[in-house]
Design a protein around this ligand. Structure first.
Ligand code: CS2
Length: 475
């Protein structure tokens, strides 16, 4: 009896329509939930095969539980759990890259979604172009079995073209501006270096809608795993913990219109996502990064702890006042209401989102989160002391030691370079000068314009410490 129930459940599973590259907690707390809701509302074969591009941890944790896992909504008044069962399997790319390509080349697969983080696109963060000196790209140009996300996209599209299939839609869900255009650019550039006819075909037939994704999802901890077992009465080796809020704005531009009914799941299907993206990247992610460096240096472990401190609450409000003049509100949105809602989200005490986690990969995040805003404010002659202080705090942070001399575990593709450069600088002004020379982050022209205000901010930060510097700013 039990066996036949299991068999029936297996037979009725939706077939795979999506391959997801970069199966971290965020996509399982976000995209998988939307796809589950879309299928519950309107059906369709949109089962997901997840791909881990590096390590087997997620696959190993989920395999024993039939790929299902618990999603936990952390509301201010308690937790709600839900079982998410849309994964049809998880592949680990370094173990078997051909299996990943074969999955992506399946005729039933119509969409490849991505959350590979900013650095996964192998682009130059300052220019957005493919970084052809990136070791993974050098590898992927020399071998047919890729290691990079752009490499997997290009080789799988090449297989589909040879098989006479339509391309899949590439749906990026990373926090990058005009993320569809960005991934399209790196894919076309890489394809062009491999086979120019392939690039022409992708250019003509491919679709790369941009998206704005939003749900705060801190990394799952051992304590979370224990808590979920307590809540549900079942062990789960890989639950995901997230806030109640979720927003997905998606450009409705898919190959053959083949997609799950995301609108039925609450996604906003729009013609142009730029306004949503700018608002979210600058107002949420920009302040998140600022609070991460500032909060970390002040000894705060999480974003919620940071904004519970009145000095820092005033600081984040000041950041929004500097950011909003550069943001055009999407239709029907009030930027001040959006900021108020963000403050509530940051303050949610159930979300233990570590400042250290958000501080990771600053070299890949700063350009779109903070530097674009600074550039526009400089152009318009508007001062941005709170944002300058945030960049100065990042400069302090990447030096690898906090204000009391404790070492910081800096995670960033450029961490070694930043540490070396910082150690060679004797004064804050020298540190600013040396870090501004990082062309992957600061264009030469922006570096020139930032030198004076950043030096001033850094000198003040170094001399009085982060808490006083913030207090001096916010009054
Ligand atoms: C955060 C984001 O880790 C980070 O850099 O700023 O992951 C943020 O939590 C999400 O973009 C919220 O949607």
């Amino acid at each position: 009896m039990e066996i036949s129930v299991t068999t029936e459940a297996r037979l009725s599973r939706p077939a795979t329509g999506i391959v997801h590259l970069g199966l971290g907690a965020f996509f399982r707390a976000f995209g998988c939930v939307y796809v589950a809701d879309a299928m519950a509302a309107s059906g369709g074969d949109w089962g997901i095969v997840g791909v881990s591009l590096r390590s087997p941890g997620t696959r190993d944790a989920l395999r024993g539980q039939g790929w299902a896992y618990t999603s936990v909504t952390l509301g201010p008044n308690g937790e709600e759990t839900r079982s998410i069962d849309v994964l049809n399997g998880v592949l680990v790319a370094p173990e078997d890259p051909s299996a990943v390509l074969a999955a992506m080349a399946e005729p039933g697969v119509r969409i490849v979604t991505l959350t590979v983080t900013e650095k996964g696109y192998c682009h130059n963060p300052a220019s957005g172009d493919l970084n052809t000196e990136h070791p993974d790209i050098i590898h992927d140009l020399a071998h047919e079995l890729p290691v990079s996300a752009p490499g997997f996209l290009v080789r799988a599209l090449q297989m589909r073209r040879s098989a006479g299939l339509a391309p899949f839609t590439v749906l990026t869900c990373d926090n990058l501006p005009e993320n569809g255009k960005l991934v399209r650019g790196v894919v076309l550039e890489l394809a062009g270096l491999i086979d120019s006819e392939l690039a022409t075909w992708i250019d003509r037939e491919g679709r790369f809608p941009s998206t704005m994704v939003d749900r705060i999802t801190p990394a799952t901890t051992q304590a979370d795993i224990a808590r979920v077992a307590e809540l549900t009465g079942r062990p789960d080796a890989a639950p995901v913990m997230h806030e109640p809020f979720a927003q997905w704005a998606v450009e409705d531009d898919f190959v053959d219109d083949a997609r799950p009914d995301l609108a039925a799941a609450g996604a906003e299907m729009v013609a142009d996502v730029t306004a949503h993206e700018h608002m979210k990247l600058r107002m949420l992610n920009g302040t998140h990064s600022a609070l991460a460096y500032i909060g970390y240096l002040a000894g705060h472990e999480t974003i919620a702890d940071t904004v519970a401190d009145p000095v820092f609450a005033a600081y984040v409000r000041m950041l929004w006042s500097e950011i909003t003049p550069t943001v055009t509100a999407p239709p029907g949105v009030s930027l001040s209401a959006y900021a108020d809602a963000l403050f509530e989200r940051f303050a949610n005490p159930s979300i233990r989102h570590r400042t250290w986690q958000i501080a990771m990969d600053g070299s890949q995040k700063l350009p779109q989160r903070i530097l674009g805003t600074l550039r526009e404010n400089l152009d318009a002659g508007r001062d941005s002391p709170a944002l300058f202080l945030a960049v100065a705090a990042w400069m302090r942070y990447v030096g690898g030691a906090d204000e009391t001399g404790n070492l910081i575990d800096v995670r960033d593709p450029l961490a070694d370079r930043f540490r070396a450069v910082s150690e060679g600088a004797e004064t804050p002004a020298e540190r600013v000068e040396a870090l501004l020379a990082t062309r992957d982050v600061f264009s030469a022209d922006l570096a020139n314009r930032l030198r004076a205000p950043l030096t001033k901010a850094a000198e003040h930060l170094w001399s009085v410490g982060v808490r006083t510097a913030i207090r001096d700013l916010t009054g």
